[in-house]
Design a protein around this ligand. Structure first.
Ligand SMILES: [Zn+2]
Length: 221
């Protein structure tokens, strides 16, 4: 190898190292932007997860249901339509838990931790266990007024009800938010009762491609 070739080789190596570090830095910036990445989305696609809190600017427009529960009034017509159609199919149901305040969420978590501690676990163990099923304050979709825990009523068979919802809720803009085998993506165990409004366009894609809301936003937004 003559002097000239060595020099070219050295320059090439330096450039390669520079290129690699630039790519790595870009990836890092992308990761740091993940928190603010979805701020442009419409209200009905607001993402709340274990690591993303309810945006400070988010204000639910609440209305009261006949049973005293509150939801965002913008999703009321589609919720009503879904319930009407479920009933027309012989399935009686109720919106058991809807909107929650931050304080109510904190109380639910505290109660759950105490329940688990009574079974002989330490506070640390109980807290970890509780957080698999109960969100931290400001990290619950219920604070958006866009999430509904649906339960059966009367003689309706719960399995039949949840099967109907799983197959039909998307038509009204609702998705099963914490599906089976998606715990890694959502951070939550399977909750067959928890439905989330995302609008009919997103719901249809999520249904067809069997995505979580996280995955949908990652791919399409
Ligand atoms: Zn829920």
């Amino acid at each position: 190898m003559n002097k000239h070739t060595k020099r070219i080789l050295r320059v090439a190596i330096v450039m390669l190292v520079l290129l690699i570090s630039t790519v790595m830095m870009l990836q890092l910036t992308d990761k740091n932007n993940a928190e603010t990445k979805y701020d442009h989305l419409p209200w009905y696609l607001t993402l709340v997860t274990k690591t993303r809190s309810v945006p400070k600017t988010y204000i639910p427009q609440l209305c009261k249901l006949a049973n005293g529960e509150q939801i965002d009034r913008r999703i009321y017509p589609e919720l009503q339509e879904m319930f009407d159609d479920a009933r027309a199919n012989g399935l009686d149901l109720q919106a058991a838990h809807c909107y929650r305040t931050k304080q109510q969420q904190a109380d639910i978590l505290k109660t759950r931790i105490h329940e688990i501690m009574k079974q002989g676990y330490t506070e640390e163990q109980a807290t970890a266990e509780a957080q698999l099923t109960v969100a931290l304050p400001d990290h619950s979709e219920h604070q958006l007024g866009l999430a509904i825990d649906i339960q059966k009523k009367g003689k309706t068979n719960a399995d039949q009800l949840y099967a109907w919802l799983e197959n039909n809720a998307y038509r009204y803009g609702f998705i099963l938010r914490y599906p089976k085998n998606k715990t890694e993506e959502t951070g939550f165990q399977y909750e067959r009762w928890h439905y989330r409004y995302v609008g009919t366009d997103a719901a249809q894609v999520i249904q067809e491609e069997q995505l979580t809301l996280e995955e949908y936003l990652q791919i399409y937004e």
